[in-house]
Design a binder for this molecule. Structure first.
Ligand SMILES: [Zn+2]
Ligand SMILES: [Zn+2]
Length: 180
């Protein structure tokens, strides 16, 4: 399935190649080749992109909609969330000499390299998915999280720690009095 994301530039049509495809969690995990996986898992990624060329330079522009799944950072229950956006990549043939590359690197952050007659969209799409993932996931905007004392999920349950916490504070105050 991921091989279908390898584009043969030798047969790229003059007007460009439009590709629409969907990938899922198995494909996403495969992108990391057994290396460390991100904290979220991919539910689905829908991509619509256009690949064009101008001489040796290849342009990939598209739209990505992804559904991801990760533990809520407050209550630790699995949460599914969507993210999406436009992306644009410029790919140039990999150079053999590297002397000039260092000078160019700062302004070429959005530029990737390809070798031979093929470009692989998989790492491009994977990178975009990672860039889309928010730092902090909440199951709902007003998730109450876990009680820091007994660990009960305050969205679905309740506990009596709140009143005990006040007692703890009083205990601390009492200690201060003793020290003074
Ligand atoms: Zn939550
Ligand atoms: Zn509690």
């Amino acid at each position: 399935m991921s091989d279908s994301l390898k584009i043969n530039l030798a047969i790229l049509p003059e007007e460009g190649l439009r590709l629409t495809f969907s990938e899922g969690s198995v494909w996403f995990q495969g992108c990391f080749g057994g290396g460390a996986l991100p904290e979220f898992s991919l539910v689905s990624a829908d991509v619509d992109c256009l690949i064009t060329r101008s001489g040796d330079t290849i342009y990939v522009r598209g739209d990505l909609k992804a559904q991801m799944r990760q533990e809520c950072s407050r209550c630790l229950e699995p949460a599914t969330f969507s993210a999406g956006g436009a992306f644009a990549y410029t790919l140039v043939p990999e150079k053999t000499e590297t002397a000039e590359d260092l000078e160019l690197s700062a302004q070429e952050l959005e530029t990737s390299y390809y070798r031979g007659d093929f470009i692989d969209l998989a790492p491009i799409i994977c990178e975009q998915i990672i860039l889309l993932a928010p730092m902090k996931i909440l199951c709902t905007e007003d998730c109450k999280g876990l009680c820091p004392h007994c660990g009960v999920n305050l969205n679905t349950g309740s506990c009596t720690c709140r009143s005990k916490k006040v007692d703890d504070r009083l205990a601390v105050l009492k200690k201060f009095k003793v020290i003074n």
